[in-house]
Design a protein. Structure first.
Length: 307
């Protein structure tokens, strides 16, 4: 075995190396590139010329005119191409839908005259149902357009280290946990009885603690895409309303707050660019026991701004 070099000799060698090959003086710091400016557009909205900030000047802008005022949205076809196409087609009457009263195929602006049938104060407003309730749809379904990885669901655990459910799951009770978390897991493992559960309780515990939010949602029937970049349901977004995976039709909601518990389960396809006061006014509407505004708020029309 070679004899170790004395520490003193190593130190002298290091000093000599530094003297013979001194570190280069740091270069002057290069100027950082200027931060990209947010694009703006001049539009006529609510009867007057306005300048609004947008993400992409090529994205569609639509005005939802209501009986309480108007809302201006920028839509994101790159994030949800089929959803944006469906929404615009229903709005302008170019897409065929089924009249729920007659059962006939119909081509006229779908949203005109429909109401915001659900308001959750401080949370969201929901509209676009031809039957003015959660069950109305245009006679067809449009699939979800959600990328779970871009939302970070693949790295979110269902349970935190202390065993508490992740807030994005929206778990409010033991019954919610049983229905939304345990039942899908039991089904995936083929557990159908208490006896089967008791025999495999250690396995279930291990699976549960390793489960990501994406994996849980996939057990519940959601199927995610990789070819789009999805948006989180923060305040002011417009997203498709549905209670089951891939059952989007015509109903949409607009958020009044950041709503992390909706993450990964609803296709976000646009965001509010003007009319925030109108959104908040609708969101403060007094409602009945079913969440319907006591004073009806209707959609007069949904129209794309000419460009």
């Amino acid at each position: 075995m070679p004899t170790p070099l004395p520490r003193t000799l190593i130190r002298l060698w290091l000093i000599a190396a530094l003297l013979l090959h001194p570190w280069a003086a740091p270069k002057a710091q290069e100027a950082l590139p200027e931060e990209a400016t947010t694009p703006t557009l001049n539009v006529t909205f609510d009867g007057r010329a306005q300048q609004i900030q947008v993400e992409d000047p090529a994205n569609p802008l639509v005005v939802i005119e209501t009986t309480r005022g108007s809302l201006l949205f920028e839509l994101f076809p790159s994030a949800a191409p089929a959803t944006v196409s469906n929404f615009l087609g229903l709005a302008n009457g170019s897409k065929t839908w089924v009249d729920p009263l007659t059962g006939a195929n119909t081509k006229r602006p779908f949203y005109n005259g429909l109401s915001f049938h659900r308001v959750v104060n401080g949370v969201l407003i929901q509209g676009g149902s031809p039957s003015a309730d959660a069950h109305g749809y245009p006679g067809f379904f449009v699939p979800d357009e959600i990328n779970a990885v871009s939302l970070g669901l693949d790295h979110m655990s269902v349970l935190d280290p202390s065993g508490e459910p992740n807030p994005v799951l929206g778990i409010r009770s033991q019954a919610d946990f049983q229905e939304d978390v345990l039942k899908p897991l039991y089904d995936s493992l083929g557990i159908r009885s208490s006896a089967q559960l008791e025999a495999r309780v250690s396995e279930v515990d291990k699976k549960l603690r390793a489960l990501s939010v994406q994996q849980l949602f996939e057990l519940r029937g959601y199927r995610y895409r990789k070819d789009v970049i999805s948006r989180a349901p923060v305040r002011g977004v417009i997203a498709m309303a549905s209670t089951q995976p891939n059952q989007n039709g015509s109903q949409f909601f607009i958020t009044l707050t950041d709503a992390e518990w909706l993450l990964g389960r609803h296709t976000v396809f646009g965001t509010l660019r003007a009319g925030e006061d109108v959104l908040d006014a609708i969101g403060r509407s007094p409602v009945d026991t079913e969440g319907r505004p006591q004073q009806e708020v209707r959609i007069v029309s949904i129209k794309a701004l000419p460009r």
